[in-house]
Design a protein around this ligand. Structure first.
Ligand SMILES: [Zn+2]
Length: 233
């Protein structure tokens, strides 16, 4: 296989891979940028943040109530432990205990509120998650033709990549490097054909001598105008 034929085939494979990737990108954009899905997704993010807040709130109110219970136990043990005998001190401890218990009741109310809030928030998050799945399913069914095109393209892409790898194996490293560099500079098209005596990419005409070289040379011949490698059969 001549050098030019080898990289011409590589170019064909790369061009098809590029086209496939571009179409896949378009399809992905349509499937992902659906406004309904986006709206539900952002509501889900908000409800997940609210759920985290509610969990934190409950943990804090549990800890506060627990600390209050410990304080109560300490006062109770002073009050009933027998070490304090003085009636005034006992009365003071008793009224402190009453105050601590009253406050505990309000802390427990808050804890209950936090539990209810957590429950509500969790339900909301679950509901929104279901809505997101429904919205996604709706988009998929609306775009079922796109989805099946996507599947086909993805499997084509695998085949193209395998095909490309096989072609690449037959090309020497220095030519491959030249090709890759040229492809970067020339918007993906490094190799083109000679069409009716002209470069198919830029349209510049070749002299009969240049066309002859492009046809028979075993060396790579570049278009004198655009610099792309010319393949002529
Ligand atoms: Zn050209």
């Amino acid at each position: 296989m001549s050098h030019a034929l080898g990289i011409y085939r590589l170019q064909q494979a790369d061009s098809r891979i590029d086209q496939t990737n571009q179409r896949l990108q378009e399809i992905r954009a349509v499937l992902e940028n659906n406004s309904l899905v986006q709206a539900v997704r952002s509501r889900l993010e908000a409800s997940e943040a609210a759920l985290k807040e509610a969990e934190k709130g409950l943990r804090q109110s549990e800890a506060t109530a627990q600390a209050q219970r410990i304080k109560i136990e300490q006062v109770e043990s002073s009050l009933y432990g027998g070490r304090v005998q003085n009636p005034k001190e006992l009365r003071d401890l008793q009224s402190e205990l009453t105050a601590l218990k009253r406050h505990l009741a309000s802390l427990e109310d808050k804890q209950l509120e936090a539990m209810i809030l957590l429950e509500t928030t969790r339900e909301q998050q679950q509901t929104t998650l279901k809505e997101l799945r429904q919205a996604e399913a709706q988009v998929i069914s609306q775009n079922s033709s796109l989805k099946s095109e996507q599947d086909t393209l993805l499997s084509n892409l695998e085949n193209l990549k395998a095909e490309r790898a096989a072609i690449q194996n037959a090309i020497s490293a220095d030519i491959l490097q030249k090709y890759e560099l040229l492809r970067q500079k020339k918007h993906g098209l490094a190799v083109t054909t000679v069409n009716e005596g002209a470069c198919d990419a830029c349209g510049a005409g070749l002299t009969p001598a240049q066309a002859q070289i492009a046809r028979i040379s075993t060396q790579l011949f570049e278009c004198p105008t655009c610099g792309r490698i010319l393949f002529s059969n």
